[in-house]
Write a protein that binds this ligand. Sequence first.
Ligand code: AMP
Length: 439
Amino acid sequence: MAKQFSVPRGTSDILPQNITRWRRLEETSRKFLETYGYREIRTPGFEETELFARSVGQTSDIVEKQMLNLSSRQEEGKAVPLSLRPEGTAAVVRSYIENNLDTTESLSKLYYIGPMYRGERPQKGRLRQFHQIGVEAIGPQRRAEDDPCLAYLDAEVIALSVNLLKAFGVKGFELKINTLGSAKDKEHFSKYLRDQLKSGLKKLPAEDQKRFSRNIFRILDSKNKEHRAMVSGLKLDGEQYLSQESREYFERVQKALRQLKIDFQVNPSLVRGLDYYTHTVFEISHAGLGAQDALGAGGRYDNLVGQLSGGKKEECGALGFALGIERILLTLPEEEKSQPFDAYVIAMDEESFPDAFGLLADLRRAEFRADMSYRVSSIKSQMRQANKAGGAGTGFVCIIGKEERQKGVVAVKNMETGEQQEIGRKSFVSDFKKLNKKG
Ligand code: AMP
């Protein structure tokens, strides 16, 4: 027998009965983000693989293990490797540079909502196709170390992610923040970690040694017990590796967050797995989610625009975050009731069908949510259909049979009260408007 297909592992269908919660999140996000001055950007679902390697980082888990690669296409005689996008920032920055957005505005506030792809081992809260709501504030042409006032933008972006979650109704989440300092500070930080961990690193398995020799920061957010023990005694208050300016900048971010009444914890071992972050980084977690507890994360990436433009664009301040929609939904109550119909039209016999069909069209033209069963059956079974179709909430059932046709009326039953009345067919829509209180 031919096989029956199922949804690819780590992906899922979003069925009509679940779509209300998705839409609510998307609509709330659009409204909310636009009041903060963000505008939507849509970039392709795939990009050149190299874009991700150069931004997210060759040594990040994402690029090392999780990229979903497409078979390369020949472009002008050359094979160009392509990958499904594992995250949104790289593509948004690519587009910002390519479309010279810096020449039309000094600060580009952009947001996206859409699917991302990572070839991870699926588990609860970890999918191969998942959806993110992301925000990127790119500009002005100054980095955090040149302009301490940018700290207010950091605070605003962090507050935005928190307030967005609150607007969705998410409760019980925690915000952790940290600073990595400037690119130079990061080098000092990396050296400091290597010096401090030298003897322990030598004892680790070859693979870990290799991993940490390429990116030492990854030991800080490793979940492995042995790694945790190695870093637990480290002094990570920044004194040894952060410049005075970077520390003051971070102080300012915290002060602005307090001003905005945003609760947070400073977590010195929060580094984030991606290469492009500098200065402020943050993560929002939810204890109810189990192992995959991050609802969202973000940070500042002041060197990415310069880096991805091949030096053609000036260095430019930038920061953003991404929230995972599936994980947010895991923290929210199950489905709300689907939206009921205003009217459900019933044809009592085949001869009444054209009239019933016409009535349905009139109702929809007047923007009522209306439907019918498209068949003739007993009134009882049609009522059952009406209840099913409208999520048990259909407002009115509009019945047309032989008797109604002869009298030129429609029998209308209020499903809530059970009351039934006849309404003249000619002025039906305007009378129905009054009845339905939509007019
Ligand atoms: P990241 O870019 O890994 O920091 O991801 C940002 C947010 O996207 C995370 O906090 C999650 O909410 C969500 N996310 C990342 N990877 C996955 C995944 N594989 N499955 C579901 N959600 C994810």
